[in-house]
Design a protein around this ligand. Structure first.
Ligand code: GUN
Length: 284
């Protein structure tokens, strides 16, 4: 048996078509502002991809590409101006930030109503309370992908490997709100395989290439691979992207997301859907 592939593109297109139609009903196109500091190649590439897709679906997008040396005070000042600017609906500060800038201070400074990343503690609190709020993009995109492919969540044993603020923690909260039985495993979990083998739905977001091997997966389980790891090719071959899940897992899983082309497109689509939702909220 080989697993059913769950590509992100068809689900992302459905989410974007809906966001685009909703955006067209607003008096002005929703405006997303993204801020990045420095030239980390992954951050440059992610922000470029989000900017391009935003324009494609009819949103207004502005990118502030600031020097690595930007001070925390300068960044907080920019955020205060964006918060006060009624023409701005969504604000995203690309992570990670340079060491001299406090991520916490920055995320707390963004107006929760414009927090299209869903990282503000108010939005995180609403998420864990099971109430409506702007949701972190990768976790919300994963739930959309599961729904798109008709994969059940309620009553399922879900194991989330990874406890980052960007993916693992909020994903656990969303799965719980959808009535999954949720376990969160992490770098200090003993006998990880024994935990992951319990999963009907296994979500992996740790950034370790091929951490999950076939014997760690229950036959027929759904596997969501959030990892995007750049690895250099063998024998000096070309660098390529690979997930946190060994491709051999496709022999035992019931369904699996590819890397690249699985969760990645969902994150971008969900960001733009969040921007439209923020603009709708602000128009009320
Ligand atoms: N860095 C990696 N993923 C993300 C994300 O979803 N949002 C932001 N702001 N930074 C990131």
């Amino acid at each position: 048996m080989t697993a059913r592939l769950l590509p992100g593109a068809p689900a992302a297109e459905a989410l974007l078509a809906d966001a685009s139609a909703r955006a067209a009903r607003l008096p002005t196109p929703p405006h997303l502002v993204m801020v990045r500091l420095g030239d980390d190649p992954a951050s440059v590439s992610y922000v470029r991809g989000k900017d391009r897709k935003a324009r494609e679906v009819g949103l207004t997008s502005t990118v502030y590409a600031l020097p690595e040396t930007t001070t925390q005070a300068e960044l907080l000042d920019l955020i205060a101006r964006l918060n006060a600017d009624d023409s701005v609906n969504g604000i995203l500060v690309q992570l990670p930030l340079p060491a001299h800038v406090s991520e916490q201070a920055v995320l707390h400074a963004i107006d929760p109503r414009k927090d299209v990343d869903g990282f503000h503690p108010l939005n995180m609190g609403e998420l864990w309370a099971g109430r409506p709020a702007l949701r972190p993009c990768t976790p919300a995109g994963i739930l959309y992908l599961l729904d798109h492919y008709g994969i059940p969540v309620a009553g399922q044993r879900a194991v989330v490997v990874g406890r980052s603020h960007i993916v693992g923690r909020p994903l656990a909260g969303l799965l719980l709100s959808r009535d999954a039985t949720v376990t969160v495993a992490h770098s200090r979990t003993g006998d990880l395989g024994a935990v992951t083998r319990e999963a009907d739905l296994l979500c992996v977001a740790v950034g370790q290439p091929h951490l999950i091997t076939p014997e760690m997966v229950r036959p027929g389980a759904t596997v969501i691979d959030v990892g995007i790891n750049r690895v250099s090719g063998e024998n000096g071959g070309k660098a390529h992207l690979t997930g946190d899940v060994d491709p051999e897992v496709a022999r035992v899983a019931g369904a699996i997301t590819p890397v690249p082309g699985g969760v990645g497109p969902m994150t971008i689509a969900q960001l733009l859907a969040n921007t439209v939702a923020a603009a709708e909220m602000q128009a009320r």
